[in-house]
Design a protein around this ligand. Structure first.
Ligand code: PLP
Length: 376
């Protein structure tokens, strides 16, 4: 059996090595390391894939979120509603820009922000909502967009874990996650569903003037070289990373199929177990399984994590400390928050290996070991 990894990028690379090596060599030969042709090709390719009018590549997913908030011209003290049950980057950039993060609960079935909780958290200072399509499961965007329209709020989708996911609206139309809100943000961190071989990110929007601002902010606030109209930053996707992404983008749908197949195997193995809840799949979207995350009840979760590790099976707790309990946010008044659902989830989640290269032998071994521990 091949060694089991949370994400097996070595075996994934082995299958595309010829194409990737060639694309990288081409970049080396042209020496266009910054803003090379591969970068604009990738931006256009991704825009076409997503059905988004504009895609602005940038240096990483955290920058994408920061640039999005800068482009919306949010002012210090403006409130931004976001889940506490997420990766830190979503919430960190809010604080970095001196905005006020307003943490709300997630739905315990989908792990995504709860629209009812959003509505309750709205004040006259609220300017934006940042839903996260956590673990690859779309948030309830139809409800979120209705709230945003009613209260005139921006929506910035954190799509770092869900690129390629389809969202189905009740009128029968569909859109890719990340293209529904005002702005969508993603990351190409190597382990993401569409990952490069270093850092990378992108921002999506259908709004022409917003796209122009996003582009300028990512490039020192300039559209004409050396004329800086806005305070911006320096956030570029480098050409080598874009060359890798140009090879991997056409494979994204196959990668999603492979992840969903592994998830199906896990679902079947754990179906109906009284102590294990397998990930819900919301009817309004397709889960692309960036993570496969179980909820355990009456199981020593950290004991399971150690037991699996002793059999060379990695597993992870995403995330061991929710945002509202991070020291980082103490000065933002998060210490007094009472978020029982988020705390409840934080104590019970465990993510199993999920990636494009898992084979049946590995899946059988992982599920057998999980059941051996849980059934004690
Ligand atoms: C990975 C991730 C980010 C940040 O992406 P980086 O490229 O690592 O900066 C933001 N939000 C979520 C939910 C993520 O999973």
């Amino acid at each position: 059996m091949h060694p089991i990894e949370m994400v097996d990028l070595k075996r994934q690379y082995a299958k595309i090595k010829g194409d990737v090596d060639k694309a990288i060599l081409e970049v080396l030969q042209t020496a266009a390391f910054i803003n090379g042709k591969a970068v604009s090709d990738f931006g256009q390719g991704l825009a076409k894939y997503l059905g988004s009018k504009h895609v602005i590549p940038c240096a990483n997913g955290t920058d994408a979120l920061q640039i999005a908030m800068m482009a919306l011209d949010l002012q210090p003290g403006d409130e931004v509603i976001t889940p506490s049950f997420t990766y830190i980057a979503t919430t960190e950039v809010i604080a970095l820009l001196k905005l006020q993060p307003v943490f709300v609960e997630v739905d315990t079935k989908t792990f995504c922000i709860d629209p009812e909780a959003i509505e309750k958290a709205i004040t006259p200072k609220t300017k934006a909502i940042v839903p996260v399509h956590l673990y690859g499961q779309p948030a309830n965007m139809e409800a979120i967009m209705a709230i945003a329209q009613k209260h005139n709020l921006f929506v910035i989708e954190d799509n770092a874990q869900a690129i390629g996911s389809d969202y189905f609206f009740s009128d029968g139309t569909k859109k890719k996650t990340g293209t529904i809100g005002t702005i969508g943000c993603t990351s190409f961190f190597p382990s993401k569903n569409l990952g490069c071989y270093g850092d990378g990110g992108a921002i999506f929007t259908d709004d022409d003037s917003l796209a122009n601002r996003l582009k300028m902010i990512a490039n020192h606030g300039q559209s004409v070289r050396y004329y800086h109209d806005l305070v911006g930053c320096n956030s570029r996707l480098d050409t080598l990373q874009a060359a890798v992404l140009n090879i991997k983008l056409p494979l994204l749908d196959d990668y999603i199929v492979a992840r969903r197949k592994a998830a199906d195997f896990y679902d079947k193995a754990f179906a109906g177990h009284s102590k294990i809840t397998t990930p819900a799949r919301a009817s309004y979207g397709n889960h692309v399984f960036h993570q496969y995350t179980l909820l355990l009840e009456g199981v020593d979760r950290d004991g399971l994590n150690k037991f699996l590790a002793s059999h060379n099976i990695p597993s992870m707790i995403y995330y061991p400390v929710p945002a509202h309990r991070q020291k980082m946010f103490e000065s933002f008044g998060s210490g007094n928050l009472n978020m029982p659902k988020t705390d409840w989830l934080t104590e019970r989640v465990i993510s199993l290996p999920i990636h494009t290269e898992l084979d049946t032998d590995q899946l059988e071994f992982i599920t057998a070991k999980v059941l051996e521990f849980v059934n004690g």
